[in-house]
Ligand binder design. Structure first.
Ligand SMILES: *Cc1c(COP(=O)(O)O)cnc(C)c1O
Length: 379
């Protein structure tokens, strides 16, 4: 699919170019694996590998030795299976009614999240002789809810679940942190304690709790396998501290027109930017239809997002519209129609664009649009 996208939208035809450095994703995975010591570093590649492209990311990571993946939906697992025939693939969103056969067909492992899901899986396993492609018992994971209250078995369901799973091949028991920042370390430790008591019936089964930020918590265990997503893609897993990961993206948009405004003129819909002095502005071919948050709007009073123009930081001017937005290039060197400005790159991280847009980098990544000229390259 991404190959298709890359082939069908050329640089000349598009308003913006998204460059993705797969070697940097691999370096991030190796960095995380080094931090984790004996625990295995898996990879979370749901949501099209956070917008970077599931197939290219999996090919790169599998080539580097990654053996375990996590996706949200069955179709994501099916796509993954098409590019890696041997990896272990867990589907986090649980066993949706009627999907059990797909797990067998594509050699995927459901993360069973409730008693009805365990029962449906038991019935399916009974019907199909409990044999996976290698002749073993069909494998599945269990999700335990230690406080997030989204998916997973509750403490009072553990006894029933442990009886029900006696004949099942449970290969992983996992839970997810509510908070992962250092500021809530105590709360994370409470969850770990609850996780340890809840997983007692499956003591011998590999366990997993850490996402990207969880890997960097100092006093919580990593167990047998960790599940980073965001950090692989260059997001900072240690908010408030320097980012130990490498950036993997560059997003550049083309200048379509350069304008001059006089004091008193406004820019963009609703006149949210009011020029206080003569300004030089560049209109660029990217907007909220490409995933640039509308909340990143910049006014003379409240600066929002910024872009890099020939080494100079330049603020957003006015509302981001669907296909266009305006940046104030008064402070930049000579800039012309056709030049590119950088929205994400070495100088401006996804975390920075996110905080200037009052959102999180995860949302920036997973909203990255489909209208870019997309290329896989080294940055
Ligand atoms: C998305 C997800 C992850 C990855 O989280 P990051 O913060 O991106 O590392 C891990 N575990 C579960 C259950 C998830 O849903």
């Amino acid at each position: 699919m991404n190959e298709l996208r890359e082939a069908t939208i050329t640089q000349l035809e598009s308003g913006a170019t998204l460059s993705i450095d797969l070697a940097a994703v691999v370096r991030n995975w190796r960095t995380l694996q080094a931090v984790c010591g004996d625990a295995e570093c898996g990879a979370v590649v749901k949501a099209d590998a956070y917008g970077l492209g599931l197939e290219p990311v999996v090919r790169a990571l599998s080539g580097a030795g990654c053996k375990t993946y996590f996706v949200a939906h069955v179709f994501e697992g099916r796509r993954l299976r098409a590019v890696d025939s041997t990896a272990t693939v867990y589907v986090l969103n649980g066993l949706v009614p009627g999907t059990a056969p797909a797990y067998l067909d594509h050699n995927l492992r459901p993360v069973l999240c409730s008693l009805p899901e365990i029962e449906e899986w038991l019935q399916f396993c009974a019907l199909f002789g409990r044999r996976d492609v290698d002749g073993g018992t069909l494998p599945a994971a269990l999700q335990l809810d230690t406080g997030l209250n989204r998916l997973g078995l509750k403490p009072n369901q553990i006894e029933t679940a442990s009886e029900l799973t006696e004949t099942l091949n449970i290969t992983l028991v996992l839970s997810q942190f509510i908070w992962s920042g250092q500021s809530n370390l105590a709360r994370c430790e409470t969850q770990v304690a609850l996780f340890d008591s809840m997983r007692a019936p499956w003591k011998e089964v590999p366990a997993s709790i850490a996402n990207s930020a969880g890997i960097f918590l100092e006093r919580t265990p990593l167990y047998e396998i960790v599940r980073p997503g965001y950090a692989l893609y260059g997001g900072n897993p240690t908010p408030g501290r320097p980012n130990p990961m490498q950036g993997v993206l560059r997003l550049e948009a083309r200048i379509l027109q350069v304008n001059h405004v006089e004091p008193g003129e406004t820019v963009g819909y609703d006149g949210r930017y009011n020029a206080k002095s003569p300004r030089r502005l560049a209109t660029i071919g990217i907007g909220y239809g490409d995933g640039i948050p509308r909340a990143a709007l910049g006014s003379e009073v409240h600066p929002g997002g910024e872009v890099m123009v020939k080494g100079a930081r330049c603020p957003f001017a006015g509302r981001v519209s669907m296909d266009l937005m305006v940046v104030d290039i008064t402070g930049a060197p000579e800039t012309n129609r056709g030049d590119y400005v950088e929205l994400i790159g070495k100088a401006i991280s996804i975390d920075e664009l996110a905080s200037r847009s009052r959102t999180i980098g995860y949302e920036i990544l997973t909203n990255l649009g489909t209208r870019f000229y997309r290329r896989y390259t080294t940055l």
